[in-house]
Design a binder for this molecule. Structure first.
Ligand code: DQA
Length: 161
């Protein structure tokens, strides 16, 4: 568990079409916007002594660049890869490469949906998956991350002259 006084950053990544939350199929994804979810995550993380770096992209390569850059910079990654969940071995490989704790989140319960949504490539890199709780799933993921996040690397020893 992270001591509450230590400020660490969690990267929260969102994949394609999640920028449309609020108006996109609200009967499935709810009425909250991505900005609402970001605000709720930041508020909740602050109470746990964590900071949040919250991002969204419609582009697979951009998500991969952000995952690669996360190494050594953040304590863990929460990711809702959107439809890339079901297609992207490249995102899986990037998550495996950075060796950070990963929590996968979906607003909807993907296991109740079309067969093509019931497979996740990303899950192989995830310590756990939270799905079906709507936007509250992001808060549950932040809570989960407090038990998984890696402490920042110790500064190198400074040799005495
Ligand atoms: C989603 C589920 C995916 O199947 C879908 O493509 C999304 C959102 C979810 O949060 O429920 O874009 O990841």
């Amino acid at each position: 568990m992270i001591p509450p006084s230590t400020t660490q950053t969690i990267l929260i990544l969102n994949g394609p079409n999640l920028n449309l939350l609020g108006s996109r199929q609200p009967e499935i994804y709810g009425r909250e916007t991505l900005a609402d979810i970001e605000a709720a995550c930041s508020r909740h993380a602050r109470t746990l002594g964590l900071a949040v770096d919250f991002r969204q992209s419609n582009h697979e390569g951009q998500l991969i660049d952000w995952i690669q850059q996360a190494r050594g910079r953040v304590a863990g990654i929460i990711i809702n890869p959107g439809a890339y969940t079901h297609t992207s071995i490249a995102i899986l490989d990037a998550l495996l490469a950075v060796e950070l704790p990963v929590v996968e989140v979906h607003l909807s319960n993907i296991h109740q949906r079309e067969p093509f949504r019931q497979q996740s490539f990303v899950s192989k890199a995830a310590r756990g998956v939270i799905c079906g709780f709507g936007s509250h799933g992001y808060i549950l993921a932040v809570d989960a991350m407090t038990r998984l996040a890696v402490p920042p690397a110790a500064p190198p020893d400074i040799e005495e002259a």
